[in-house]
Design a protein around this ligand. Structure first.
Ligand SMILES: [Zn+2]
Length: 114
């Protein structure tokens, strides 16, 4: 159940931003989640609803933006999006490479009412 810990982290960040911005209430929270991170939107929403009553973020809408996986080939430097489970470079057919996108997990922005 690592979504619970992760949702608590999100809330900590959001409260911190909101307090610094002098917010009365947080209305929207924009999250960026990479395809390779295993977080499930529904679980985060579930814990969010559980943890936020009587907080500054109560009733805020969560927005999820999924980032596609991208690799950079170690052999030829080509950047590519893997096709399903086929992680071979489309140029030189070397397998895999360095992950340059897809592991993201962060709060992109929040909207507040003061
Ligand atoms: Zn390559």
């Amino acid at each position: 159940m690592h979504e619970m810990a992760v949702t608590e982290d999100i809330l900590r960040i959001v409260k911190d931003y909101a307090e610094r911005g002098g917010a009365a209430r947080v209305t929207d929270i924009y999250l960026v989640i990479g395809e390779l991170s295993s977080f499930v939107d529904d679980s985060i929403q579930f814990y969010f609803d559980l943890l936020t009553p009587n907080t500054i973020a109560a009733g805020a809408t969560l927005h999820f933006e999924r980032v596609k996986t991208r690799f950079r080939c170690r052999k030829c430097g080509q950047e590519f999006e893997p096709d399903g489970q086929d992680w071979r470079c489309p140029s030189c057919h070397a397998l895999g490479g360095d992950v340059i996108a897809g592991k993201e997990f962060y709060v992109e922005s929040i909207e507040i009412m003061s």
